[in-house]
Design a protein around this ligand. Structure first.
Ligand code: ATP
Ligand code: MG
Length: 253
Protein backbone atom coordinates (compact mmCIF):
# COMPACT_ATOMS: atom_id res chain seq x y z
CA UNK A 1 0.00 0.00 0.00
CA UNK A 2 1.36 3.42 -0.93
CA UNK A 3 1.70 5.77 2.01
CA UNK A 4 -0.40 8.93 1.92
CA UNK A 5 2.68 10.89 3.00
CA UNK A 6 6.22 9.69 2.59
CA UNK A 7 9.10 11.81 3.87
CA UNK A 8 12.35 10.33 2.59
CA UNK A 9 15.80 11.36 3.84
CA UNK A 10 14.89 15.01 4.38
CA UNK A 11 17.56 17.39 5.69
CA UNK A 12 17.22 21.09 6.44
CA UNK A 13 19.76 23.50 7.91
CA UNK A 14 19.52 27.01 9.24
CA UNK A 15 23.08 28.34 9.16
CA UNK A 16 25.01 25.97 11.39
CA UNK A 17 21.90 24.36 12.90
CA UNK A 18 20.82 21.01 11.54
CA UNK A 19 17.08 21.36 12.05
CA UNK A 20 16.39 18.09 10.19
CA UNK A 21 18.94 15.40 9.44
CA UNK A 22 18.01 12.54 7.11
CA UNK A 23 14.43 12.30 8.40
CA UNK A 24 12.18 9.61 6.97
CA UNK A 25 8.64 8.78 8.02
CA UNK A 26 5.33 7.63 6.58
CA UNK A 27 1.69 8.34 7.30
CA UNK A 28 -0.91 5.98 5.86
CA UNK A 29 -4.33 7.05 4.67
CA UNK A 30 -6.65 7.70 7.62
CA UNK A 31 -3.90 7.07 10.17
CA UNK A 32 -3.13 9.28 13.22
CA UNK A 33 0.58 9.55 13.95
CA UNK A 34 2.28 11.53 16.70
CA UNK A 35 5.41 13.54 15.95
CA UNK A 36 6.99 14.16 19.32
CA UNK A 37 10.26 15.44 20.71
CA UNK A 38 11.73 18.22 22.84
CA UNK A 39 11.81 21.94 21.99
CA UNK A 40 13.94 22.65 18.94
CA UNK A 41 13.82 19.02 17.73
CA UNK A 42 12.68 20.04 14.24
CA UNK A 43 8.97 19.24 14.39
CA UNK A 44 7.70 22.58 13.05
CA UNK A 45 10.50 22.58 10.45
CA UNK A 46 9.23 19.22 9.20
CA UNK A 47 5.67 20.60 8.95
CA UNK A 48 7.07 23.60 7.04
CA UNK A 49 8.80 21.26 4.57
CA UNK A 50 5.65 19.15 4.08
CA UNK A 51 3.25 22.08 3.73
CA UNK A 52 5.57 24.11 1.47
CA UNK A 53 6.66 26.92 3.78
CA UNK A 54 10.29 25.69 3.56
CA UNK A 55 12.34 23.73 1.05
CA UNK A 56 14.45 20.81 2.26
CA UNK A 57 18.04 20.79 1.03
CA UNK A 58 18.12 17.04 0.65
CA UNK A 59 15.59 14.26 0.43
CA UNK A 60 12.14 14.01 -1.10
CA UNK A 61 8.52 14.28 0.03
CA UNK A 62 5.77 12.27 -1.64
CA UNK A 63 2.05 12.71 -1.19
CA UNK A 64 -0.31 10.13 -2.69
CA UNK A 65 2.74 8.76 -4.49
CA UNK A 66 3.53 12.07 -6.15
CA UNK A 67 6.62 14.13 -5.42
CA UNK A 68 5.55 17.46 -3.90
CA UNK A 69 8.62 19.05 -2.33
CA UNK A 70 8.95 21.67 -5.09
CA UNK A 71 5.25 22.59 -5.25
CA UNK A 72 4.09 25.94 -3.82
CA UNK A 73 1.99 26.01 -0.64
CA UNK A 74 -1.37 26.60 -2.33
CA UNK A 75 -0.88 23.65 -4.72
CA UNK A 76 -0.18 21.35 -1.78
CA UNK A 77 -3.24 22.69 0.05
CA UNK A 78 -5.37 21.94 -3.01
CA UNK A 79 -3.98 18.40 -3.11
CA UNK A 80 -5.37 17.93 0.41
CA UNK A 81 -2.65 18.92 2.87
CA UNK A 82 -4.10 21.05 5.67
CA UNK A 83 -2.31 22.50 8.66
CA UNK A 84 -2.68 24.52 11.82
CA UNK A 85 0.07 26.71 13.24
CA UNK A 86 1.87 26.62 16.56
CA UNK A 87 1.27 30.37 16.91
CA UNK A 88 -2.27 31.24 15.88
CA UNK A 89 -2.41 32.87 12.47
CA UNK A 90 -5.83 34.48 12.70
CA UNK A 91 -6.92 37.96 11.63
CA UNK A 92 -8.09 40.53 14.16
CA UNK A 93 -11.27 42.33 13.13
CA UNK A 94 -12.59 39.28 11.29
CA UNK A 95 -15.30 37.17 12.88
CA UNK A 96 -15.21 33.43 13.40
CA UNK A 97 -17.75 32.97 10.60
CA UNK A 98 -15.68 35.14 8.24
CA UNK A 99 -12.55 33.08 8.89
CA UNK A 100 -14.39 29.90 7.98
CA UNK A 101 -16.09 31.57 5.00
CA UNK A 102 -12.76 32.67 3.52
CA UNK A 103 -11.32 29.18 3.97
CA UNK A 104 -14.41 27.61 2.41
CA UNK A 105 -14.21 29.96 -0.58
CA UNK A 106 -10.51 29.22 -0.98
CA UNK A 107 -11.40 25.54 -1.10
CA UNK A 108 -14.46 25.59 -3.34
CA UNK A 109 -13.76 28.72 -5.39
CA UNK A 110 -11.65 29.04 -8.51
CA UNK A 111 -8.48 29.91 -6.63
CA UNK A 112 -8.67 33.63 -7.40
CA UNK A 113 -9.95 34.73 -4.00
CA UNK A 114 -7.09 37.08 -3.34
CA UNK A 115 -7.78 38.97 -6.57
CA UNK A 116 -11.34 39.55 -5.42
CA UNK A 117 -11.11 40.11 -1.70
CA UNK A 118 -14.26 42.23 -1.74
CA UNK A 119 -16.06 39.13 -3.08
CA UNK A 120 -19.28 40.93 -3.67
CA UNK A 121 -21.26 37.85 -4.64
CA UNK A 122 -21.04 36.34 -1.14
CA UNK A 123 -21.08 32.61 -0.55
CA UNK A 124 -23.21 30.14 -2.47
CA UNK A 125 -25.81 28.27 -0.44
CA UNK A 126 -23.61 25.15 -0.39
CA UNK A 127 -20.71 27.19 0.93
CA UNK A 128 -22.93 28.73 3.61
CA UNK A 129 -24.15 25.26 4.63
CA UNK A 130 -20.59 24.06 4.90
CA UNK A 131 -19.65 27.00 7.17
CA UNK A 132 -22.72 26.36 9.37
CA UNK A 133 -21.88 22.67 9.66
CA UNK A 134 -18.30 23.47 10.70
CA UNK A 135 -19.46 26.00 13.33
CA UNK A 136 -21.71 23.29 14.74
CA UNK A 137 -19.11 20.52 14.62
CA UNK A 138 -16.60 22.63 16.55
CA UNK A 139 -19.21 24.04 19.00
CA UNK A 140 -18.49 27.60 17.81
CA UNK A 141 -22.07 28.63 16.93
CA UNK A 142 -22.44 30.94 19.94
CA UNK A 143 -19.34 32.93 18.94
CA UNK A 144 -19.89 32.87 15.17
CA UNK A 145 -20.25 36.66 14.94
CA UNK A 146 -17.50 37.45 17.45
CA UNK A 147 -14.27 39.01 16.28
CA UNK A 148 -11.26 36.75 16.78
CA UNK A 149 -9.78 38.98 19.47
CA UNK A 150 -12.83 38.38 21.69
CA UNK A 151 -12.26 34.62 21.84
CA UNK A 152 -10.46 32.51 24.39
CA UNK A 153 -7.24 30.87 23.20
CA UNK A 154 -9.04 27.53 23.17
CA UNK A 155 -11.75 28.89 20.88
CA UNK A 156 -9.07 30.48 18.66
CA UNK A 157 -7.40 27.10 18.29
CA UNK A 158 -10.74 25.59 17.27
CA UNK A 159 -11.16 28.30 14.61
CA UNK A 160 -7.73 27.39 13.22
CA UNK A 161 -8.75 23.76 13.21
CA UNK A 162 -12.04 24.59 11.47
CA UNK A 163 -10.28 26.66 8.85
CA UNK A 164 -8.08 23.68 7.99
CA UNK A 165 -10.90 21.11 8.18
CA UNK A 166 -13.34 23.02 5.97
CA UNK A 167 -10.91 22.46 3.09
CA UNK A 168 -11.48 18.71 3.58
CA UNK A 169 -7.82 17.74 3.82
CA UNK A 170 -6.77 14.11 3.42
CA UNK A 171 -3.78 14.91 5.63
CA UNK A 172 -4.02 17.27 8.58
CA UNK A 173 -0.86 18.60 10.23
CA UNK A 174 -1.58 19.83 13.76
CA UNK A 175 1.24 21.82 15.39
CA UNK A 176 0.76 21.86 19.18
CA UNK A 177 -3.01 22.40 19.12
CA UNK A 178 -3.18 22.40 22.94
CA UNK A 179 -0.39 24.95 23.44
CA UNK A 180 -1.54 27.57 25.95
CA UNK A 181 -4.79 25.76 26.80
CA UNK A 182 -5.78 24.89 30.36
CA UNK A 183 -6.55 21.27 31.22
CA UNK A 184 -10.30 21.68 30.69
CA UNK A 185 -9.78 23.24 27.25
CA UNK A 186 -7.26 20.51 26.36
CA UNK A 187 -9.76 17.81 27.31
CA UNK A 188 -12.42 19.53 25.15
CA UNK A 189 -9.97 19.70 22.27
CA UNK A 190 -9.21 15.98 22.62
CA UNK A 191 -12.96 15.23 22.52
CA UNK A 192 -13.43 17.36 19.38
CA UNK A 193 -10.43 15.78 17.66
CA UNK A 194 -11.67 12.28 18.46
CA UNK A 195 -15.15 13.11 17.23
CA UNK A 196 -13.64 14.44 13.99
CA UNK A 197 -11.50 11.32 13.64
CA UNK A 198 -14.60 9.17 14.12
CA UNK A 199 -16.67 10.95 11.47
CA UNK A 200 -14.05 11.75 8.83
CA UNK A 201 -11.27 9.81 7.25
CA UNK A 202 -8.39 12.21 7.16
CA UNK A 203 -4.94 11.24 8.34
CA UNK A 204 -3.42 13.29 11.16
CA UNK A 205 0.18 14.07 11.97
CA UNK A 206 0.09 15.52 15.48
CA UNK A 207 2.86 17.56 17.09
CA UNK A 208 2.05 17.89 20.76
CA UNK A 209 3.83 18.16 24.10
CA UNK A 210 0.73 17.19 26.14
CA UNK A 211 1.23 13.44 26.35
CA UNK A 212 -2.39 12.84 27.47
CA UNK A 213 -3.62 14.45 24.27
CA UNK A 214 -1.14 12.43 22.20
CA UNK A 215 -2.37 9.23 23.86
CA UNK A 216 -5.99 10.21 23.25
CA UNK A 217 -5.46 10.63 19.50
CA UNK A 218 -2.61 8.54 18.10
CA UNK A 219 -1.55 4.91 18.27
CA UNK A 220 1.82 5.31 16.54
CA UNK A 221 4.55 7.90 17.01
CA UNK A 222 7.80 9.14 15.53
CA UNK A 223 10.27 10.80 17.91
CA UNK A 224 12.62 13.57 16.79
CA UNK A 225 15.61 14.80 18.77
CA UNK A 226 18.11 17.32 17.40
CA UNK A 227 16.65 16.86 13.93
CA UNK A 228 16.98 13.08 13.85
CA UNK A 229 14.43 10.30 14.21
CA UNK A 230 15.46 8.50 17.41
CA UNK A 231 12.47 6.17 17.70
CA UNK A 232 9.26 5.20 15.94
CA UNK A 233 6.56 2.60 16.39
CA UNK A 234 3.49 1.94 18.55
CA UNK A 235 3.14 4.85 20.99
CA UNK A 236 3.32 2.75 24.14
CA UNK A 237 6.54 1.02 22.99
CA UNK A 238 8.11 4.31 21.94
CA UNK A 239 7.35 5.96 25.28
CA UNK A 240 9.03 3.07 27.11
CA UNK A 241 12.34 3.52 25.26
CA UNK A 242 15.14 4.97 27.38
CA UNK A 243 16.36 7.48 24.78
CA UNK A 244 12.82 8.83 24.38
CA UNK A 245 12.31 9.16 28.11
CA UNK A 246 15.56 11.10 28.34
CA UNK A 247 14.92 13.36 25.34
CA UNK A 248 11.21 13.89 25.62
CA UNK A 249 10.20 13.38 29.18
CA UNK A 250 13.39 14.90 30.58
CA UNK A 251 14.33 11.88 32.67
CA UNK A 252 18.01 11.29 33.43
CA UNK A 253 19.76 8.87 31.06
N1 ATP B 1 13.71 30.26 10.44
C1 ATP B 1 14.68 29.77 11.22
N2 ATP B 1 15.91 30.35 11.25
C2 ATP B 1 16.90 29.85 12.02
N3 ATP B 1 16.77 28.76 12.79
C3 ATP B 1 15.58 28.15 12.81
C4 ATP B 1 14.48 28.62 12.04
N4 ATP B 1 13.42 27.80 12.25
C5 ATP B 1 13.84 26.88 13.12
N5 ATP B 1 15.13 27.09 13.46
C6 ATP B 1 15.94 26.24 14.37
O1 ATP B 1 15.81 24.90 13.93
C7 ATP B 1 15.67 24.02 15.04
C8 ATP B 1 14.34 23.28 14.94
O2 ATP B 1 13.30 24.21 15.21
P1 ATP B 1 11.76 23.81 15.16
O3 ATP B 1 10.98 25.05 15.34
O4 ATP B 1 11.49 23.00 13.96
O5 ATP B 1 11.64 22.88 16.46
P2 ATP B 1 10.33 22.29 17.15
O6 ATP B 1 10.58 20.84 17.34
O7 ATP B 1 9.12 22.70 16.43
O8 ATP B 1 10.40 22.98 18.60
P3 ATP B 1 9.20 23.48 19.58
O9 ATP B 1 8.74 22.25 20.31
O10 ATP B 1 9.86 24.44 20.50
O11 ATP B 1 8.16 24.11 18.75
C9 ATP B 1 15.82 24.88 16.28
O12 ATP B 1 17.18 24.84 16.68
C10 ATP B 1 15.42 26.26 15.80
O13 ATP B 1 16.05 27.26 16.56
MG1 MG C 1 7.50 23.82 16.89
Amino acid sequence: MTALLEVSGVSKRFGGIRALEDVSLEVLSGEAVGLIGPNGAGKTTLFDCVSGVSQPERGAIYYQGRRIDRLPIHRRARLGIGRTFQRLELFTGMTVREHLAVAEREHSGDGRLWKDLAWRGGLTSEETDSVEAMLKELHLESVAESPIEALSLGQGRLVELGRALIQEPALLLLDEPSSGLDSRESAELAAVLNQIRATRNEAVLLVEHDIDLVQAIVSRAVVLDFGRVIASGPLDDVLREGAVRTAYLGEPA
